[in-house]
Design a protein around this ligand. Structure first.
Ligand code: ATP
Ligand code: MG
Length: 557
C-alpha cells in the first residue's frame, strides 16, 4: 500500500543456532551475474537492507525492505543470499553504560556506586511518604509480604525482590512504581530485558491511572503488541490537537506517497522529534527494554528511580543501562529459577556474562525480599514446580475452589485436578525449514483438545499453546487454521508461542507440546530446568502436557 517491498523466504538454521525474531535486520543480496542478466547491465549486483516484519504460520520470514525501492530483481525468486546485519547497538549501549559507571560520578548515587562494586558502606534509607493504602488502583489487594516489599522498596536505595512464578512480582512492581511516582522525584524509568515483560508492566501501570509511555525500538514499531496504544509512535500518530496538525498532514502524505520531498522530510523529522520529546516529558512513567533505555531519544533524560522486572533474564551490563541514568533508588525484581540471559558466546558466559546483576548482588550479601505465595496456578499445578524448583517453599494464595473453572464440561481424569499428561508415541520430524522439529500426532492432539475447550465454552483468548520448537509452533498454527468447527478467527486468536516468549505471562488454560519423541536424546530444549519451570507455571485453571512419556526427562513428570 505504501510502496514498501516485502521479501518472503524460508530461514534455514537450527533453532539452537540462531533464531530470527521480528525486528531483526537482514541484508538481502543477489549476486552480480544474476542481476546483470535481469537488468541487462553489468552492475555490481543488488542488495537491500530490511527488517523482519513477521514470521508467517508456515515459517516463512517476511522481510520489509527499507527505503523507496524503485529498481530491483522483483521477479526473481531464487539465488538470493541473506546476511545478518551486525548491529552493535545493544553492545554499544552496554559498553557505554559501563564506561559511564567508571568515569561519570553523576551516573549513580555514591551509595549505589559502592553497593554495585560490593564495597562496605553505611546502610542508607530514603525518606519517603508512606502511602496510606498500599494497594494501587485497579491492581489486586496486596498480601503482607507484598506490602513489605513495597515498603522496603520505597524506603531503600537498593531493593531486590525475588519470588517463584505467580507470586505477584509484576503486580508488586507496578504498585511500587505507582507509589514512586508520588514521591516527587521526577519520572520513573521502568524496564525489563524482553519486550513482552515490558508490555506486561506497562499495561498494569496504565491501569493504575498513571501516564505511561512505552518506548519501543524504531525497528519494532511495526510489530503488534498488546499495548500498542501506549507506545510513543502510536501516541505521536494519534495526537489530534491543533498544535500538531502539520505533523498529522505530513504523516498522511508520507503514508500515501511512500516518501516525502527533501524539504518535507526535514520538517517532518523535526516535528516528530519535538512531539516525541513533548510526550516523553509529560509521562509519569517511561517503559522500555533495558537496551531501549539507551535510545538516543532518552539521551537528555535523567531518572532517579528505576525498576527492572525480570532482571534475572538480563546480562549485567544490560541491566546497567537504565541504572546509569542518574539512579538514586533502584529496584530489581526477578527469579533465578526462571530463564536467564541468553549468551551465545561460551567464552563470555564462562567469564561471568551469564550472571545477572541481581544474582551477583545476592552473592555479595544483599538480602532480597522474598515473595512465596502464588496466586496464579490451581494448587495442584504449583505442587510439582514447588517441589522440583523451590524446595517446596511455594505456597498457594488461591484455593482449589477459586481455580475450579465453573461452567465448562471438561473430562479431566480427576475433576479436582485439572491436569493430565497426554501420551503419544508419534514420531518427531524435522520441520519445513529443515532445522527445527515438529510432531504431527501431538499437533493433532493439541487441535482436538483446543476444539474441545472451545466447544465447552472456553474463549480463545483464555487458551495458550506453548512449545519449545519453532517448527512445531508454525505447524500447530497451520493445523489450527485448517479447522472449521469454529470460525477461522477463533482459531487464529489462540496464542501459540515459544516457552521463552511466555515468561512473565499467564493464561487460563495451557497446552504444552513437548515435540521430541525418541528414547535416547531426551527432550532437547526442555532439558533446561529453568525452561521447564517457565513452561509448567503459566496456567491458572488447567494444564495439559502432550509428549512421549518415554522421552528421558518427561519421566520425572
Ligand atoms: N495479592 C494478590 N492477590 C490476588 N491476586 C494476586 C495477588 N498478587 C498477584 N496476584 C495475581 O497473581 C497472578 C500472577 O501475578 P504476577 O504476574 O504479578 O506474578 P509474577 O511473580 O510476576 O509471575 P512470573 O514469575 O511468572 O512473572 C496475576 O494474575 C495477579 O493478578
Ligand atoms: Mg512477572
Amino acid at each position: 500500500l505504501n510502496k514498501k517491498r516485502i521479501a518472503y523466504f524460508h530461514f534455514t538454521k537450527e533453532d539452537t543456532e540462531a533464531r530470527l525474531a521480528p525486528g531483526d535486520e537482514l541484508r538481502l543480496r543477489l549476486n552480480s551475474s544474476a542481476y546483470a542478466d535481469l537488468s541487462g547491465s553489468d552492475e555490481a549486483g543488488w542488495s537491500a537492507v530490511g527488517h523482519v516484519s513477521k514470521i508467517t504460520a508456515n515459517e516463512e520470514v517476511a522481510l520489509e525492505l527499507r527505503g523507496g525501492q524503485q529498481l530491483g530483481p522483483w521477479d526473481i525468486n531464487h539465488g538470493f543470499q541473506v546476511e545478518f546485519v551486525w548491529k552493535s547497538t545493544s553492545f554499544d549501549r552496554m559498553q557505554a553504560a559501563m564506561r559511564t559507571f567508571a568515569v561519570d560520578d553523576t551516573s549513580v548515587s555514591g551509595y549505589l556506586y559502592h553497593k554495585l562494586l560490593g564495597h562496605d558502606v553505611e546502610p542508607q534509607t530514603i525518606r519517603s511518604t508512606v502511602p496510606k493504602h498500599f494497594t494501587a488502583p485497579n491492581l489486586p489487594q496486596l498480601n503482607h509480604s507484598q506490602v513489605y516489599a513495597v515498603r522496603k522498596a520505597l524506603s531503600n536505595p537498593l531493593c531486590l525482590i525475588q519470588g517463584p512464578p505467580g507470586t505477584g512480582k509484576t503486580v508488586t512492581s507496578a504498585t511500587i512504581v505507582y507509589h514512586l511516582t508520588r514521591q516527587n522525584q521526577g519520572q520513573v524509568l521502568v524496564c525489563a530485558p524482553s519486550n513482552i515483560a515490558v508490555d506486561q508492566l506497562a499495561e498494569k501501570l496504565h491501569k493504575t491511572g498513571l501516564k505511561v509511555v512505552r518506548l519501543s525500538a524504531k525497528s519494532r514499531e511495526a510489530v503488534a503488541s498488546s499495548v500498542d496504544f501506549l507506545t510513543l509512535h502510536h501516541q505521536v500518530r494519534h495526537l489530534d490537537t491543533p498544535d500538531h496538525q502539520e505533523l498529522q498532514k505530513l504523516m498522511a502524505l508520507k503514508d500515501e506517497l511512500g516518501e516525502l520531498s527533501h524539504v518535507d522530510e526535514k520538517k517532518f523529522k523535526q516535528l516528530q522529534n519535538s512531539t516525541e520529546r513533548e510526550l516523553l516529558t509529560a509521562a509519569d512513567v517511561i517503559c522500555t527494554t533495558c537496551v531501549g533505555a539507551g535510545d538516543p531519544r532518552l539521551q537528555n533524560f535523567r531518572f532517579k528511580q528505576v525498576l527492572v522486572d525480570e532482571s534475572t533474564q538480563a546480562a549485567e551490563p544490560e541491566c546497567l543501562i537504565p541504572i546509569m541514568m542518574g539512579a538514586k533508588q533502584m529496584v530489581l525484581v526477578g527469579d533465578h529459577c526462571q530463564l536467564g540471559p541468553v549468551i551465545m558466546c561460551k567464552k563470555a558466559a564462562k567469564a561471568g556474562l551469564h550472571q545477572s546483576l541481581f544474582e551477583r548482588l545476592i552473592f555479595l550479601g544483599v538480602r532480597p525480599v522474598r515473595l512465596e505465595v502464588q496466586y496464579r496456578m490451581h494448587p495442584c499445578l504449583s505442587e510439582f514446580p514447588s517441589q522440583s524448583f523451590y524446595d517446596g517453599s511455594l505456597q498457594n494464595g488461591v484455593t482449589l475452589n477459586e481455580r475450579l473453572y465453573a461452567g465448562i464440561e471438561f473430562p479431566w481424569p480427576r475433576p479436582d485436578m485439572p491436569m493430565f499428561f497426554l501420551n503419544s508415541t508419534g514420531a518427531e520430524e524435522i520441520s519445513a525449514s529443515g532445522t527445527s522439529y515438529l510432531n504431527r500426532t501431538e499437533a493433532t492432539n493439541i487441535e482436538k483438545l483446543v476444539t474441545y475447550f472451545l466447544k465447552s465454552g472456553v474463549k480463545p483468548y483464555q487458551v495458550g499453546i506453548i512449545t519449545p520448537y519453532e517448527g512445531q509452533r508454525a505447524y500447530i498454527c497451520a493445523v489450527l487454521q485448517r479447522q472449521t468447527t469454529f470460525s477461522h478467527k477463533a482459531y487464529e486468536e489462540i496464542e501459540v508461542a515459544s516457552v521463552d516468549s511466555f515468561q512473565g505471562r499467564e493464561k487460563d488454560f495451557i497446552l504444552l507440546s513437548c515435540v521430541r519423541s525418541n528414547q535416547n536424546q531426551g527432550i532437547g530444549f526442555l532439558n533446561d530446568p529453568r525452561r521447564l519451570n517457565v513452561a509448567l507455571t503459566r496456567a491458572k485453571y488447567g494444564l495439559i502436557i502432550c509428549g512421549n512419556a518415554k522421552a528421558k526427562i518427561l519421566k520425572a513428570l
